[in-house]
Design a protein around this ligand. Structure first.
Ligand SMILES: C[S@@+](CC[C@H](N)C(=O)[O-])C[C@H]1O[C@@H](n2cnc3c(N)ncnc32)[C@H](O)[C@@H]1O
Length: 417
C-alpha cells in the first residue's frame, strides 16, 4: 500500500490528480467513506492510467470539450485535406483532355533565329530563386568540375556556369609563381610531381550564344566571377556585347590574350574553332540548350564536330520529358507558355534526341546518361558523350565535318586583354 501512495506522490501523478479534480471524469466511481483497500486502490490506479491513455474508449467527451482539447490537430487536418483536395482537383482538371503534341523542331514558334527569351534579366533572376532549391546549382558545380583543357560552352546564356569553372590556369599572369604553385599543390592533395603533371585545369574558355542581350549579362558575370580581378581592367562594369564586339555578325570578344572568348552566333551553324594552335576542344559543355534550338540533333552534330575524339567529352545538362506520364501531361500543357517566357521547350524527349543523334552521327557514344535528383521528378538529365575515333581502323571519318573551322576561322575579333 505504501508503495502505491509513494507512486501517487510523484510529480507526474500529482499533476494528473490536479487535472482530474477540475474535470471530473464521467466514469469515475463515487467516492467511498470507507478507507480503500489495497486491491481497490490498485484497480483504481490501473483504470485511471487506462483512462489517461484512451480517454474516449468508454464514454464520449462532449464535442466542445473535445474541440477545445484538440483544436490545433483538427485545424491542421482540415487544412491538409483542403490542400490535398485542391491539388487533386487542379491536377485532374489540368490533365483532362488531350495535351497538345509538339514535334521537335516543328513547334508552333520556331525557337532559333531570334533571341527567344523576352527578358534575360527576368530569366536570370527567376533561375536564381529556383535552381538551388531543385539541386541544379549542385549539378552546375559538378559539370564545371569536368570542364578541363580547352573548353567550349554552347548556348551559354547569361553564364550561369561561369562561377563554378576553375579559372586558375587562365589567369596565371595575375598571381605570383608561389601562389600558383600552392594552388596547384592543393588541388593535387599536396601530391608528388607526377600528380602535378596529371593535374587537369581549364586552359581556355570559349562561350557562344545567339542572344547579345544574354551575352551582356554573361560578360557582367564574367567580370564578377573570374578571380584575381583579371577582368576588371578589360571589361566595364556594365558591358555591352555589341559595343565591345563592334563588328559584323558572327564575331566575338577576346579577353586575356585569347584565353577567354565570347562569341555571338547560331550554334546550328558550325561552331567556333578552338584557340590558335589547338585542333579540337577537350570539353564541350551545354546546359539547357537542346530545349532551346530548332534542331537539337544538328546541335549535337556540331558539338561532335569540334570535340577531341576519344578523350574529349560533350557534357549536357538538360530538362525535358520525365518518366511519368502525369508530369509529361503538365509539361505538354504548359509548354507553349513556358517557351514564350523562357525560350525553351521543356517537354522535349531528350533521351530520344540523344538516341537519334547517336544513330546519325558516326562514332558518337553515350558514356553516361542519368536522371539526377528526385526534386525534379525525372525531368532533368545528365548526358556525357564522346566521339570514337574511327579513322585509324577503317580510314573513314568520324562525322566531325570539314566545316568545323567555324566562325572564328574567318570572323574578326576584338582583342580586349
Ligand atoms: C534556356 S537558356 C540556357 C542558358 C544557359 N546555358 C544556362 O544554363 O542558363 C537557352 C539559351 O540558348 C540560347 N540559344 C537559343 N538558340 C540558340 C542557337 N541557335 N544558338 C546559340 N544559342 C542559342 C538562348 O539565347 C539562351 O541563352
Amino acid at each position: 500500500m505504501s508503495s502505491i501512495y509513494a507512486h501517487r506522490g510523484q510529480p507526474r501523478h500529482r499533476h494528473r490528480e490536479k487535472k482530474s479534480s477540475h474535470k471530473p471524469l464521467p466514469y469515475r466511481a463515487a467516492s467511498s467513506t470507507q478507507p480503500p483497500s489495497p486491491s481497490s486502490l490498485q484497480a483504481t490506479a490501473a483504470s485511471e492510467s487506462l483512462f489517461q491513455k484512451q480517454p474516449s474508449s468508454t464514454a464520449p467527451q462532449p464535442v466542445d470539450q473535445l474541440f477545445r482539447a484538440r483544436w490545433l490537430g483538427l485545424f491542421g487536418a482540415g487544412a491538409a485535406a483542403l490542400c490535398l483536395g485542391t491539388f487533386t482537383a487542379s491536377f485532374w482538371i489540368a490533365n483532362s483532355g488531350e495535351a497538345p503534341q509538339y514535334v521537335t523542331s516543328r513547334e508552333p514558334v520556331v525557337p532559333t533565329g531570334r533571341p527567344a527569351i523576352e527578358s534575360p534579366v527576368e530569366f536570370d533572376q527567376h533561375l536564381d530563386r529556383s535552381e538551388w532549391r531543385f539541386g541544379i546549382t549542385k549539378l552546375r558545380r559538378r559539370l564545371a568540375a569536368e570542364a578541363t583543357g580547352h573548353v567550349l560552352e554552347v548556348a551559354m546564356g547569361t553564364g550561369r556556369n561561369m562561377e563554378f569553372y576553375d579559372w586558375d590556369a587562365v589567369t596565371t599572369e595575375y598571381v605570383s609563381a608561389g601562389e600558383r604553385n600552392r594552388s596547384k599543390l592543393a588541388k593535387t592533395g599536396w601530391g608528388t610531381k607526377e600528380n602535378l603533371a596529371d593535374l587537369l585545369e581549364m586552359e581556355s574558355f570559349t562561350g557562344v550564344d545567339i542572344s547579345t542581350a544574354m551575352l551582356d549579362i554573361g560578360l557582367r558575370r564574367l567580370r564578377q566571377v573570374v578571380p584575381h580581378g583579371a577582368m576588371e581592367d578589360v571589361l566595364p562594369k556594365q558591358p555591352s556585347f555589341e559595343q565591345l564586339a563592334r563588328s559584323e555578325a558572327g564575331s566575338g570578344v577576346q579577353l586575356l590574350r585569347g584565353k577567354v572568348r565570347i562569341v555571338q552566333g547560331d550554334a546550328q551553324s558550325p561552331l567556333p574553332a578552338p584557340p590558335k594552335g589547338v585542333d579540337k576542344y577537350d570539353t564541350v559543355i551545354q546546359t539547357f540548350g537542346l530545349c532551346s534550338v530548332r534542331d537539337p540533333t544538328l546541335l549535337i552534330h556540331n558539338m561532335a564536330a569540334v570535340v577531341k575524339p576519344e578523350t574529349g567529352r560533350i557534357i549536357l545538362l538538360e530538362h525535358g520529358r520525365s518518366w511519368w506520364d502525369l508530369v509529361n501531361g503538365l509539361l505538354d500543357r504548359s509548354a507553349k507558355g513556358h517557351f514564350e517566357r523562357f525560350g525553351c521547350w521543356w517537354n522535349r524527349d531528350i533521351e530520344g534526341i540523344v538516341e537519334v543523334a547517336k544513330s546519325r552521327i558516326p562514332g558518337l557514344e553515350v558514356v553516361e546518361f542519368q536522371r539526377p535528383g528526385w526534386a525534379t521528378l525525372g525531368t532533368h538529365v545528365w548526358v556525357e558523350l564522346r566521339i570514337r575515333d574511327a579513322k585509324p581502323k577503317g580510314g573513314r571519318d568520324t562525322g566531325a565535318d570539314e566545316s568545323s573551322n567555324g566562325w572564328l576561322g574567318s570572323a574578326p575579333l576584338v582583342h580586349l586583354g
